[in-house]
Design a protein around this ligand. Structure first.
Ligand code: SF4
Length: 624
């Protein structure tokens, strides 16, 4: 295999582009092994400053580099000025560590973070000079493997990957590399390699599956081709002993500002609160917590390696960690006098959440607090199983403002299943009450600085959740409901922010589309779509053009209710949660019944623990 050092061709381009630090290597913590026999390039399909913060990629980087004979490098998607310069001068996508052409690596691992990066995946492959579709790749092309949060309905991008890992990467990445190395050692063909990969649990090889249609031509399922190792249902891989799982201690310290520019440590994985709108909560089940001893050890080691002065304890819901109070008190003692601060990215809408925020900001600056009640009425919160009350929220706001906070941000959604105009008006009324409570808890002289920010998005039903069968509301209806909300909002002291309805619509199509959507993604990318998640780059027109060109009916994907009997395009991918459980949760939602958190209230029957032979692991006995 040819190895190229592209630096002499890259360097002259740097003076022509913004933020050249995006494209240079030798950051503190980067690993270099020029001699490795097997090379993997891990790519985050967005700019350096977004991708560099991705903890999953950092963990995989460490895991792969620890395997003898294997070197992992990184690449990110160049911003448009750089990609134009690269195309003009014939420079292909390159890795940071060795300035090697991505297409020369043995394996190219691309993160699939969320729906709006799908066009970026094609841009990445094209810049790398790797054929876009797996079917067009030759023996000399690298193996393109996907993985990440958005794989639980992989179909819209399945055609672009040779293999997709379903579930938690650190559990399976070594097995994928080992299968590939064995295939190379045996001089296996590309087809033979793909068969070998399909035998690795959790690996989905799209080309080994076919779409089945019924007599009327309607979609009837996706099934493995005969005589292959492909499984009828690919089950996610999961780390059972999370406390012993690798963490990215020696994080890479960037030369430039990046998002989340701090040392991050994942303190728990999974969530069993059971919000029916939340895909992450369903697909990352069960809950596994790291013990306080290990958290302390890893934070101290991580800070020593990186020199950061801030550590973030991350997870889907960090304040759910059963020993968080102990962790924070011990961290405070350990970090006293060092100038290192601790941050918690997500808070519970209750007294415990505020208390924990108070612990981490003791004596320091109190930036804003963020709460996500999601809905304005108790009826609606019960439908989505949010399990928080108005009293929880108002009590938290009161405590926060009495403790010196002056800003609060609230997240809500409109377009939730069963929502009525009263539920939407309920959001306005709740915001009124929050504002009043905050005002009363603030000394009169400081009331001028009080801020309530409200962010409202449109609900997008996602695969593998209890609402996977529900229609997303139409454009016109989004506009009407936004007006109802606007009319009910207090006009003073509230900063109202909307999530773009057009983007939600596209997200809805990508979230539940089937294999046919790959044609749309390709047509939109050919029409200029890239960096769609960057609001200023997003053009709905490009996507509407792509739907028209490919004949794919976007509205029937996003806005149509599915029947229970209807085969779903992601049914051959399993997060371990039984479809029957999702359906029962849907029925409980419509009956206004809530379901408790199984980490504390006993098993509620989602089947993950039995199916994947794992169990919930808590560091303590109770929460808060
Ligand atoms: S199987 Fe039971 S205990 Fe395990 S995650 Fe599901 S509901 Fe919770």
């Amino acid at each position: 295999m040819t190895r190229t050092d592209l630096w002499p061709a890259i360097e002259p381009l740097l003076a022509r582009v913004e933020r050249p630090a995006r494209y240079i290597d030798r950051e503190w913590g980067a690993l270099h092994d020029g001699e490795a026999a097997y090379r993997a390039c891990l790519i985050y399909p967005d700019t350096y400053e977004i991708g560099q913060a991705n903890q999953a990629l950092a963990i995989l980087y460490g895991v792969l580099n620890a395997i003898p004979g294997v070197a992992a490098e990184r690449a990110y998607l160049p911003w448009m000025d750089m990609s134009a310069a690269m195309r003009e001068t014939g420079v292909p996508l390159f890795s940071l560590e060795s300035c090697g052409a991505v297409r020369d690596f043995d394996l190219v691992g691309i993160t699939i973070p969320y729906e709006l990066t799908y066009s970026n995946i094609l841009e990445t492959l094209d810049l790398a000079g790797v054929p876009l579709r797996a079917v067009d790749r030759s023996e000399s092309d690298p193996l393109v493997v996907g993985g990440g949060p958005s794989v639980f309905n992989p179909e819209p991008v399945a055609a672009f990957f040779d293999a997709i890992l379903i579930g938690e990467g650190e559990e399976a990445v070594g097995e994928i590399v080992s299968a590939h190395r064995a295939a190379k050692a045996a001089s296996a063909s590309r087809a033979e390699t793909l068969h070998a990969l399909a035998a690795v649990p959790g690996v989905y090889v799209p080309s080994l599956y076919e779409t089945v249609r019924d007599a009327k031509g309607a979609y009837a399922g996706t099934q493995p081709l005969p005589d292959t190792a492909a499984r009828p249902v690919v089950e996610k891989r999961v780390v059972a002993d999370f406390d012993a799982a690798p963490v990215a201690i020696a994080g890479i310290v960037p030369f430039m500002d990046v998002v989340h520019d701090r040392y991050g440590l994942e303190v728990l994985r999974g969530c069993t609160r059971g919000c029916r709108i939340c895909q992450a909560g369903m697909v990352y089940r069960h809950v596994r917590e790291r013990t306080p001893d290990h958290i302390l050890r890893d934070v101290v080691a991580g800070l020593a390696c990186t020199g950061y002065d801030e550590v973030s304890l991350t997870s889907l819901s960090t304040t759910d960690h059963s020993q968080l109070e102990e962790v924070l008190r011990r961290l405070q003692r350990r970090l006293e006098g060092t100038g290192v601060s601790v941050s918690l990215p997500s808070l519970r809408v209750d007294a415990f959440g505020v208390e924990m925020a108070r612990l981490v900001s003791a004596g320091g600056k109190k930036s804003g607090l963020t709460f996500a009640p999601e809905a304005g009425t108790q009826r609606m919160r019960d439908v989505i199983n949010k399990n928080v009350t108005e009293e929880d929220l108002l009590g938290s706001v009161q405590r926060a403002f009495e403790s010196g906070w002056r800003r609060v941000k609230l997240y809500f959604m409109i377009g939730l299943p069963t929502e009525t105009d009263e539920d939407i008006q309920g959001i306005g009324e709740l915001v009124h009450k929050v504002f009043r409570t905050a005002r009363e808890a603030t000394p009169p002289a400081q009331r001028g600085g009080l801020k309530v920010a409200v962010s409202v998005s449109t609900f997008v039903p996602k695969a593998q959740t209890p609402f996977q069968w529900e229609p997303q509301i139409s454009f016109d209806e989004i506009g009407r409901r936004q007006q109802v909300l606007r009319d009910s909002m207090p006009h003073k002291g509230v900063d109202l922010h909307w999530h773009d309805a057009e983007i939600s619509f596209l997200e809805g199509v990508m979230a539940r589309g089937g294999r046919e959507v790959a044609d749309v993604v390709e047509a939109a990318w050919r029409g200029g779509a890239v960096f769609d998640a960057w609001t200023e780059q997003f053009r709905l027109q490009r996507w509407l053009g792509a739907f028209a060109e490919t004949g794919v009916d976007a509205e029937s994907i996003a806005n149509r209710e599915r029947l229970q009997s209807e085969p779903l395009p992601w049914a051959h991918i399993s997060a371990g949660v039984a479809p029957g459980y999702l359906w029962r949760e849907r029925e409980r939602a419509f009956a206004g019944k809530t379901t408790p958190d199984c980490s504390f209230a006993g098993c509620t029957g989602c089947d993950v623990c039995d199916d994947l032979e794992v169990k919930i692991v808590l560091a303590g006995d109770s929460r808060g």
